[in-house]
Design a protein around this ligand. Sequence first.
Ligand SMILES: Nc1nc2c(ncn2[C@@H]2O[C@H](COP(=O)(O)OP(=O)(O)O)[C@@H](OP(=O)(O)OP(=O)(O)O)[C@H]2O)c(=O)[nH]1
Length: 718
Amino acid sequence: MANNFDINQIRAIRDIESATALLHENIPFDEQIEDALLFSKDAHAHQTRKSGEPYVVHPILVAALVASITGDRAMVIAALLHDVVEDTPNTIEAVELRYGSDVAHLVHGLTKIDLIRDKELIPSHSDEKLVVSALTFRKMLLASIKDIRVLVVKLCDRLHNMLTLDSLPPAKQRRIAEETLVVYAPIAHRLGISYIKNFLEDLSFSYVFAEEKKRIDDYLKVNYHDIELRLNGFRQKIAKLMERQGIIPGSYEILSRIKHDYSIYLKMQRKGISIDEVLDLLAIRVLVNDPTQCYSVLGLVHLHFQPLTSRFKDYIAIPKENGYQTLHTTVFDDTSIIEVQIRTFEMHKTAELGVAAHWKYKSGGNNINLDWLQNLQYQEESIEDFYELAKTDLYSEDISVFSPKGKPYTLPRGATALDFAYAVHTEIGDRAESCLVNKESKSLLAELHNGDIVRIMTAEEKLLRCSWMDAVKTSRAKQHIRINCRHRIRDIDSRSGLLIMRGVMQLNVTRIREWMREHNRLQNAWMIARDVDYLREVLHHYLKDLRSHKKFGAFLASHRFKLKLYRFGSIELFSNHTISDVVFDFCCHPKAGDEIVGFVSNGKAHIHHKMCQHAATLIEDEEPMLFVRWKQESIFHYHMIVSMHNAKGALADFLTFLAKLGAEIVSIELGKERQEHQQLCELEFQSSEADINRLRAKIEQKIHIIQFIRTDDAYRSV
Ligand SMILES: Nc1nc2c(ncn2[C@@H]2O[C@H](COP(=O)(O)OP(=O)(O)O)[C@@H](OP(=O)(O)OP(=O)(O)O)[C@H]2O)c(=O)[nH]1
């Protein structure tokens, strides 16, 4: 089984001999492995890790992890060599010559993008580190589509890095731990390798939410004996029942499991509950020989213990996207509530090792759906957008919904019927007109829930729904809406560009259009609406051109179109006229970050969503416009749950306090009473990224924060 390594043992190993011995325990050495070990030792000979030990200890331990979960020789060799091309003068060609193309391909997929060689890929305005890591990540994904083993080695690499994170500075620890939570643990989940996923999550958890982790650990420590007693007692009762039913001892196994820390934390956050309210905190796992026996055991359990019917799940009949199969049920045992997970031994291997079970046991494990990996190849996106989209797609909790014929689809929590339509087929998404959810007519933007049956009705033609871009959840739907709307947005920008010029110069639009055409700028009019520097450049050109016509010279010599920057709340605008205020008209009310346009009327700027119907009419009527954008520092949405005193005026007090700190509240909801004197309050607000740490620290001084997440990051909707 996978568990033949002890995570603490691996963490403690700091010397080459012990690392090599562990590798040896997990895979018999042959000539090639022996040679790769020497090659790696040689290549890293003069390097040390930040913690001081010889560098090569790291690749050897990664290889030991890979060997333990897969037993695959090519992967073990690739793990030994995964850093030699990146950090030493050795080339991928040398690796290929020595170990063949299979290993070379794996090593190539694992090698970081070379900063110097690929410099031209990095746009000059970008954060270089982010771009390099996004490019490397994309390269790795592309390599994994051809050969999924790349990702498995990468996960073991990340696991060892997480085990040895202590020697890095705190800021770096946190960055790596966050990335692990948002990117690598979800990849492990998608590949079904829960064994690694759980370690990655719990290790990251201690760096990202140290206090919360400590609170959970303390609870488990204090209640350890009680938990053991309850689980053991229950195990014995189940064993007795099974044996009475004729299931021979030795042909089955019953394991106890306590939910792992990070998963407990997520559940508490998502449901706003305390740890003793987590219903599947304690579980037993019953392992039997075949699927029919799973259902017999389920029958026994339900006959003797009162089940909580709403908690029953049959993942044997409907496996998860990652291949996971088990029956889940939750029952009362005297005063305890315990989850029972029933699976076959074969299913257990897949539950622990997912895709890796395929190499380890050459059976099972390869029936895992890898569509998600194909879907991460966003076309036409910039590298930064790519990374953001990938994070969003990976780090989301899933729901399963069904087509009317019963075909299951996995979507992120919060997905809408339109997301479903795009998941079925791009054509269906583009032409979706209406839908039925569980036979009831619903909006295409209705949020779907686990188990929903969704039917999409389509129109003959593609339907443009540009303002829905922010309402859908999946990157697939967003991307297609964006592609379809790009043309429309370009058209609006081109018209707005001319009207912005008109707003500045007070000339008629026909004259401006003619001048732009004469000077070959008309095709770029859209840029005026998107880039204030381009607007300035065009204005400058225009003035220069007029001055060159002698008869206007005297008049224009002194003329300037000086654009003044105005800031109102989160809006920035540029105008050469006096603007006294910003007004959000009631028709659309855009959210921070949406595409916007601005019109001038009576010295005020009226802001609309770019796709607003009313704005379209104003553009058609050639109303003067001005250049508007969201404040340059990024504004993000945050979701926070706090526990506040249940006293009169406490809420009002708190809201005033938040307003004074500059948090813009979007929504607020009071939970049911939590304890006698406490009440939960759920808020959504927006704030600039620069301000958020200060804001959080101030709030923390005043009130107990239970949850605090940035929702734009699509952190698992906890
Ligand atoms: N291997 C594997 N197990 C799954 C998967 N989905 C669910 N499980 C098992 O079921 C438990 C409950 O899963 P949840 O997603 O919380 O589902 P539920 O409460 O809605 O039933 C998981 O606990 P957990 O806290 O997430 O994990 P653990 O601490 O039990 O390992 C895990 O034991 C899967 O895709 N792979």
